[in-house]
Ligand binder design. Sequence first.
Ligand code: GLA
Length: 740
Amino acid sequence: MFRNIFSSLLVLSTSLVGFSQSAARFDEATKVFRLEGANVTYAFGVNARGELQQLYWGGRIATADSVPAAIPAREWASFDSSYTTTAQEYAGWGAGLFVEPALKVTFQDGNRDLVLHYDSHQITSEGFKIVLKDIKRKVFVTLQYAIDPQTGIVGRSATIENREAEPITIEQAAAAAWALPAAHYTLNYLTGRWAGEWTLTQEKLQPGERVMESRRGSTGHQANPWFAIQAGDNPDENSGEVWFGALAWSGSWRITVEQDQLDAIRVTGGFNPFDFGYVLKPGQSLESPVFYGGYSDHGLGGASRLLHHFEIAHVLPRRIGEGEAAAPKPRPVIYNSWEATEFRVSEVGQIALAERAAALGVDRFVMDDGWFGQRKDDHAGLGDWYVNQQKFPHGLKPLIDKVHALKMDFGLWVEPEMVNPDSDLYRKHPDWVLNFPGRPRSEQRNQLVLNLARADVRDYVLGFLDKLLSENDIAFLKWDYNRNWSEPGWDQLPPAEQKKVYVEFTRNLYGILAELKKRHPKVELESCSGGGGRVDLGILQYADEVWPSDNTDPFDRLMQQDGFTYAYTPQVMMAWVTDSPHWGNKRSTSLQYRMLSSMQGSLGIGADITKWTDEEMATAKRLIAAYHQVQVTVVQGDLYRLISPRNGSEFSATQTVNRDKSQSVVFAFIHSTNEGRGFPRLKLKGLDAKTTYMVTPIEGELVHGSPTTASGAWWMNHGLDLDENFRGDFQAAAFRLDKK
Ligand code: GLA
């Protein structure tokens, strides 16, 4: 179930002297289940009523400490029974439950009461499998738990099985519910819209429920399936307890964070129950996505560092042919043609761009939209995945050969799940789109969504992609998805079963991606959905990288990159340098500023480089070379957000330190200097105090008289002083520190 997520890493850390080596333990006497990993203990037990009750989630306790047996929470007068106030691991809706249920079903006879009690368990190599059963009927739920020994991140999911003689309908199914005791907390979550993704939203938890969700059929720009809850009223980057989680699902999802009648917190996440209905016939089962949860006592920064390492080690596709342990490759520096040419691609034009890209030291050339079918603009062509003869009279081969001769590999844009009504595919198969017969089919960007849940559509999509990758030497696909659902009917199925589309569409998407990776193991994928509309830990099992936003303005990107990195590693965060003034904000910035903004993530170039001056070409070439030297540290190291660009800050700065603390990279940005203020001294973090580091500018200068070589202790306690002339509007500097 966990795609071998943890099995390769079940070697427990031996540095935690005094702690047990066993990751999963069950105490028969107290009926307490315990998971331990890194600095985390997670415990739950079976209470006297037979419910599975959450007991503890937080910093690791000693092996000798026993977690007391589960005692149901008190009732609150005659209005809130103990069933609803007790923090259950996976509660059925029944018996007077008023908090979010993990599972809600309707039986064939109209009964809607479901009360899940412990039935049996198994200790697995990853954690536990716990079977719950309804008190009367044969509805079984198998909860799976796994803990990562390196980060203490727990993965949880649920499989619901109908062993009754009649079908049941699942109306709500979570992957997991997490609980925290009553206290003051601050909730952090990510919100956005097209070209405005990744806004970190922070608020005090209050009584009632905060809902983060997508009803759109896919992950969505509006909210992202991630949360972090910090103890106390003030969010803190560097200290304090933080519980965080991320849902691995790319379809409609929901995470609710609620403070119950006794002020305790429940976080419940899984399939979005809105318009949901999944019929389980006798013997059938439904598996939820995985909901990951973690804990850090080093503030929001500590939480994101754990998540980044977890994503790199366990979620992202592994390096092919180099064994399970090989980390994902740092992303090649790419060139992408979209902002330079939009749909006006041609063999001659793309070759001209490729020659310039190669001169810059780019590793991968990607041709974006416009190369297929009758695609002149966004009105036609989606669905017809043959090479456009007018634009590429000899097919893609001459361009691909040229790109290879220039020592780059070749990538291509596709949008496989969509169709324009003006296409051969739609004319042939109008029934293939999501629709309700006899109702309008709402278009967005002149396109409709193919119903990937259908077997024939799935086979068509897999077939054309397999053919494209077999016939052309393609190293990379940018997989786009440029609208959300409307009229989500699946008229092949009986009415009661049509809502299965919310699950089956996403499962088929994952199936296609997995099959393509199997058949074409060297091909890498990017998940794009008009920017960051499909970024989550589900798609990141298949996608090597993501496109965070169509907004490439370098100042806006600083804020987006700040928000993005709370949940996702810079390894997957593609960032292109595009032209100035920017098309969106009409803001002019220097090439250095744009380059450094993008160098905080996985660097790409997306400008019309045929128009760049010799000086611009030289600057970009120099900075790409400098980036190649520090890239692994920047994208796979420990990230410290030293000064946030949020809330109108004049300044911002980040620092990353590689795993063995031999290198660190610092980026500093000025939005606009006011009243002549100089850049604040940067006290660095995460270095080895006793190691000597030499600072080398990548761009910019240290203040006159500053040492360039000093101990980690100096850089962390005294700090780094930037040149006093580092002032103005949209200024950027970057430095590397290397162990001497
Ligand atoms: C989406 C993507 C862009 C580009 C266009 C092409 O908007 O996010 O990067 O690929 O589609 O149509």
